[in-house]
Design a protein. Structure first.
Length: 84
């Protein structure tokens, strides 16, 4: 039986950044995770859109994914000391 290896690196830094969100078409706060080998992963706190290392992230085929993603970003911004 072959071995199974699941690769899930931990982020090395978490930050609150301001981005010019192309979806919102204005400056927005975003929650950012930095990974050592993979670059940054950003989630806009306004629309919930995600970017991973410069390109738009996956858009899941499910209802209300934007709201869930936006709430996740806001929750993490508040957790690290930002204001909602």
């Amino acid at each position: 039986m072959p071995d199974l290896h699941i690769h899930a690196p931990a982020p090395i830094a978490e930050r609150i950044v301001v981005i010019d969100c192309p979806t919102c078409e204005r400056p927005r706060r975003a929650f950012s995770l930095y990974f050592e080998w993979y670059g940054a992963s950003l989630t806009c706190a306004g629309c919930g859109e995600r970017w991973e290392d410069g390109g738009r992230g996956e858009r899941p085929f499910q209802r209300s994914w934007r709201d869930e993603s936006r709430r996740w970003a806001i929750r993490n911004i508040e957790r690290i000391g930002g204001k909602a």
